[in-house]
Design a protein around this ligand. Structure first.
Ligand SMILES: NC(=O)c1ccc[n+]([C@@H]2O[C@H](COP(=O)([O-])OP(=O)(O)OC[C@H]3O[C@@H](n4cnc5c(N)ncnc54)[C@H](OP(=O)(O)O)[C@@H]3O)[C@@H](O)[C@H]2O)c1
Length: 238
């Protein structure tokens, strides 16, 4: 069976890290996955039930245009929408340019709002489905050199909480998963990373397991928020 014939799980950022682990987890559970990726040539996932669409989430106008077209191609409403893609720009505020700030807010927050707004009517019409956000521990508390990243994640958390209130009666559940440090390429361009030991970082597959738990909850129950932490958080400078 191909992706067109099944209600797909739509996941952004399936080319890497948490999104890739989520896509693999969903495929292993028999779901079809529609991955939203920045660069179609940089997507390692190949599977008969996987389809990719290229969308640059840093450009709100492109996101709006592309998601409308993608939604029109769906034969089945999505089983779930997982707003996962994101980037980090960690520095003191005065070291960040306006372009940096817009890049983070567009990619981590505004694009997810636009995608959710486009797909929400499909989910509501079928009377069921999950909207899941990859938040962060940075959605729960601010931290040094994290002003804009934390702001983007606080925004996502406030958006998710409000949307949950709006959607409950339509059968659509809204959840947010807030991991601490996860060992992914997220840190490739940052000046710090989790310590080397296994307990210093969450594995992307742990976050994917949390997504599966959210989706498999009894339809009348919502797992509002899941917070995950490494057993022993250690950061090291590169
Ligand atoms: N790693 C952590 O410690 C951690 C902790 C808490 C929350 N998170 C959150 O988890 C989410 C996934 O991050 P990750 O750790 O899996 O990092 P990652 O491995 O760097 O993956 C990020 C994903 O987002 C995609 N992406 C970035 N900019 C994009 C754009 N303009 N348009 C479309 N896609 C774009 C990337 O695509 P490309 O590969 O093509 O750039 C990639 O697929 C993010 O929202 C992040 O904030 C991460």
């Amino acid at each position: 069976m191909n992706v067109e014939a099944k209600s797909p799980v739509v996941i952004s950022g399936t080319s890497s890290g948490i999104g890739l682990a989520m896509a693999r987890e969903m495929l292993s559970r028999g779901h079809a996955v529609l991955g939203l990726v920045k660069d179609a040539d940089n997507d390692p996932l190949r599977h008969p039930d996987y389809r990719q669409e290229q969308v640059d989430l840093s450009d709100p106008d492109e996101v709006q245009e592309r998601i409308r077209k993608i939604a029109a191609t769906l034969e089945q409403p999505p089983r779930a929408l997982v707003n996962n893609a994101g980037i980090g720009r960690m520095a003191n505020l005065e070291q960040l340019s306006l372009a940096d700030i817009q890049l983070v807010m567009n990619t981590n927050f505004l694009s997810h709002v636009i995608i959710t707004r486009a797909l929400l009517p499909l989910l509501k019409r079928q009377g069921r489905g999950d909207i899941v956000f990859t938040g962060s521990e940075s959605a729960l508390r601010g931290g040094r050199q994290g002003s804009i990243y934390c702001a983007s994640k606080f925004a996502i958390r406030g958006f998710a909480q409000s949307l949950r209130e709006e959607c409950g009666k339509s059968g659509v559940r809204v959840s947010i998963i807030n991991p601490g440090a996860v060992r992914t390429p997220f840190f490739d361009e940052l000046h710090f990373e989790p310590g080397e030991a296994g307990e210093n970082a969450i594995a992307p597959e742990d976050v994917a397991a949390a997504l599966a738990m959210v989706m498999e909850a009894r339809p009348g129950t919502v797992l509002d928020e899941i917070n995950l932490s490494p057993l022993a958080q250690v950061w090291r400078r590169k």
